[in-house]
Design a protein around this ligand. Structure first.
Ligand code: PLP
Length: 400
């Protein structure tokens, strides 16, 4: 188990009793990241790319160094494969609108899975409607696993795109994306990975996984809100055209017409979130302090322990039982609405999420409309699971 990881995070100094079990919504921010943002805002603030004075040059240099760092984080040797966006949702919408829209025709299909977050669901659904194409959602089994033979059968000659998440933010199912990407590539289908829930802990090396597009958000990897990444494989970079017009993305503008820069600069119209990029860059430095295998082990130990504790409570039912589960568990308490459970836990300083977690079709397939969700990160400890269990037992006693 990792030790003393709470000490990196100022929030736990201010609230030592906080049991934060909502890292799937957003991870807490370490001091290193907060300091990097403050440093930029206090002493380095200038707009990038268009200034010739020292502060602006230095901001531009650091912004582009961050792009290199993100590329390296994914194992890409080309920083130009990385665009900064406002987050996972924005990155997925860009690919739907800019890459797939011109390639998708009537009667083609686009494939996602039932495990996907609305951010990786609605953009493809809307595009399919617009193009009179088929929107195919690969089902899951009763435990919340994807069956790869079913998925493979969903991919045919009319499939123009496959997009899926690596880790389900509702059930915690961790999918074998390497194998799925290989299956899709055999049929020449480009694949997008929504790595929102895995980017902080998993090795997503492009050379091993060979995804075509990858999206993630800074705030789920110890970084700030409002900054995210879209990775685009070199072979597709020329197919990403601007989705949004404005300054900073052009080669030439005349009254008659405009020509645009190449990816990634052509989708970074307007002033980007520069301090966010500095924060994201230091979030990567923070992650590098740890061994990823140890992080996964730490979280997996907590999840296994928590599963055992929850199972031992009468009236608690865990939703889904995936073969490979990351740091996320959804459950319901018999006769008590998830919002009431979450409010009760809040009185004991336990922060969990309740609702549909932006996965309404998934929860419908699991025969529920809302769950309580606990999600773990490197700063959680076993004793917090015990606190969760004790509170739930109290709640059930109080309610019956
Ligand atoms: C799997 C998954 N995809 C996409 C998103 C959307 O991320 P963001 O709100 O940062 O754009 C989330 C957020 O919870 C998520 O868990």
């Amino acid at each position: 188990m990792l030790k003393n990881t709470k000490t990196y995070f100022p929030i736990f100094k201010k609230y030592p009793d906080l049991v934060y079990l909502d890292s799937a919504a957003t991870t807490q921010r370490p001091k290193l990241v907060i300091d990097a943002i403050n440093q930029f805002n206090s002493f380095e603030n200038a707009n990038i790319h268009r200034g010739v004075y020292d502060l602006s040059n230095s901001a531009t240099k650091n912004f582009e160094l961050a792009r290199e760092k993100v590329a390296k984080y994914l194992g890409s040797t080309n920083p130009k494969t990385i665009a900064f966006t406002s987050g996972t949702t924005n990155s997925i919408n860009i690919v739907a609108s800019s890459f797939l829209r011109p390639r998708l025709n009537k009667d083609d299909n686009v494939v996602i899975t039932l495990l996907d977050h609305h951010a990786n669901f609605i953009p493809w659904q809307m595009l399919a409607k617009e193009k009179e194409a088929e929107f195919r959602v690969v089902p899951i089994d009763k435990n919340g696993n994807l069956d790869l033979t079913v998925l493979e059968k969903s991919l045919d000659q009319k499939t123009k795109f496959l997009s899926l998440n690596h880790i389900s933010n509702s059930l915690g199912t961790t999918t074998d994306i390497g194998e799925i990407i290989a299956l899709a590539h055999k049929k020449n289908i480009p694949v997008m990975i929504d790595a929102a829930q895995s980017i902080a802990y998993y090795d997503l090396d492009i050379h091993q996984l060979d995804y075509d597009f990858l999206a993630f958000s800074g705030h789920k990897m110890f970084g700030p809100f409002g900054i995210g990444v879209l990775y685009v494989a070199e072979k597709w970079m020329k197919n990403i055209t601007p989705y949004n017009y404005g300054g900073g993305i052009i080669k030439d503008v005349t009254i008659e017409d405009t020509t645009f820069s190449d990816f990634p600069f052509n989708i970074e119209a307007g002033t980007p979130n520069i301090s966010g990029v500095m924060g994201l860059s230091s979030a990567i430095d923070f992650i590098h302090k740890f061994d990823k295998k140890e992080m996964i082990q730490h979280i997996s130990d907590l999840v296994n322990y928590c599963t055992d504790q929850l199972i031992s409570i009468d009236k608690v039912k865990i939703i889904g039982n995936p073969e490979n589960r990351s740091g996320i568990i959804s459950f319901v308490v018999d006769g008590i609405h998830p919002h009431d459970v979450a409010s009760f836990l809040n009185q004991d300083n336990i922060a969990v999420r309740a609702g549909m977690h932006c996965t309404q079709p998934l929860l419908a397939a699991m025969n529920t409309s809302a769950t309580v969700r606990v999600s773990f990160s490197i700063y959680n400890e076993r004793k917090e699971v015990d606190q969760l269990k004790n509170s739930l037992v109290e709640l059930i006693k109080f309610w019956s």
